[in-house]
Design a protein around this ligand. Structure first.
Ligand code: DAH
Length: 341
């Protein structure tokens, strides 16, 4: 009988020692000590022994039960220590590492340029004025001294609103000059950033919807020199102190004299490169002294007041500032592109 117990103990001890997981230990506990376990069965068999052997056998089984319980507990404790150590290692977290900030996004490069332009002119005492995108021929052309047969009025160039005679999508922000002068008396200094529309075919430098920023300064004794100084200051603030500006004679119906103005190429410093087509200059837009006819159209006395105005293509300025070679990139919403600014 006791030999049977020894064999059982040796086998059980070996199996317990071989357990790799806490669940295996539990399995063995049930197998040996459970309600139908091997030791329980042995205890039950005590009653079938001769009375003289019962106490000794019962005591031996109970002692074995105690030893197996101890072995199971030890093994379980050892395994759970190892298991939690492994789990801790796998989930290890270095709380001293610096955090990784989520990408928060930022303003679109065009919005950034708008903000910058506005900020620079705020510094010169300009306020921001606005007008509607859907305007009329009078504000877009007539009041700006643009004759009825001017080619810009052509349906090939301008989006007219169907079934609304005389209404159109403004082709430039110069409409805001008229709206502001109709509403205020001089002196005035405004810029007018906004969207414009032209029936242009889409290519690397044209879109049918684009942005301009208009400027207008009216007071007594304003001269072309003030215009040049203002635009030079603007160029320096926007692109740095090395940028030079030049005026080329031009024609606009609403200014006299009129100029086109260029900035020296910020990519080659004026020496000539691919971006400026070897000329050393980058064309920005038009400007000039407000035509007396425009003053008359808004009820200002051209003998008493003079003023200058300018327009600039905001996409163009953004492209120059950031070295972007295709206007369409600004509207494709590709994050890989936008992230760069
Ligand atoms: N409106 C002109 C255009 O869209 C740009 C322009 C030229 C605006 C001369 C002005 C100006 O205010 O004085 O091409």
């Amino acid at each position: 009988m006791s030999e049977q117990l020894t064999v059982l103990e040796t086998a059980a001890a070996a199996r317990i020692a071989a357990c790799a997981q806490a669940a295996d230990v539990e399995q063995l506990r049930i197998e040996y000590l459970g309600r139908k376990g091997a030791l329980t069965e042995l205890l039950k068999s005590v009653s079938s022994l001769p009375a003289a052997q019962r106490p000794a056998f019962g005591a031996a089984v109970n002692a074995l039960k105690g030893r197996l319980t101890a072995l199971l507990d030890q093994r379980r404790a050892a395994l759970s220590g190892a298991e939690s150590a492994r789990a801790l290692e796998a989930e290890r977290l270095d709380v001293s590492l610096p955090g990784r900030a989520p990408f928060a996004g930022h303003r679109h490069p065009l919005s950034q340029v708008f903000a910058e332009i506005t900020d620079i002119f705020h510094g010169l005492g300009y306020t921001v004025a606005g007008g509607p995108d859907v305007d009329d021929e009078w504000h877009n052309f007539d009041a700006l001294n643009t004759p009825a047969d001017h080619p810009a009025r052509n349906v090939q160039d301008t989006f007219y609103i169907k079934d609304r005679p005389g209404q159109l999508l403004r082709t430039h922000t110069s409409t805001v000059q008229i709206r502001t002068m109709m509403a205020q008396r001089p002196p005035l200094r405004i810029i007018a950033p906004g969207r414009c529309y032209r029936r242009d075919a889409i290519d690397a430098s044209h879109l049918p919807v684009f942005h301009q920023c208009e400027g207008l300064y009216v007071d007594r004794g304003v001269t072309l020199a003030d215009l040049k100084a203002t635009l030079t200051y603007f160029a320096h603030q926007l692109l740095g102190p090395k940028v030079r500006i030049r005026f080329r004679p031009h024609f606009f119906p609403f200014t006299e004299p009129s100029v086109e103005y260029d900035f020296s190429c910020i990519f080659c410093g004026g020496a000539g490169c691919r971006v400026c087509k070897q000329s050393g200059w980058l064309e920005i837009s038009g400007a000039g002294m407000v035509d007396p006819n425009v003053f008359r159209n808004v009820g200002y006395d051209p003998e008493a007041y003079s003023g200058f105005a300018w327009g600039m293509g905001v996409e163009r300025v953004a492209m120059l500032k950031y070295g972007i070679n295709d206007i369409r990139l600004l509207y494709q919403g590709d994050v890989r592109f936008l992230e760069q600014f």
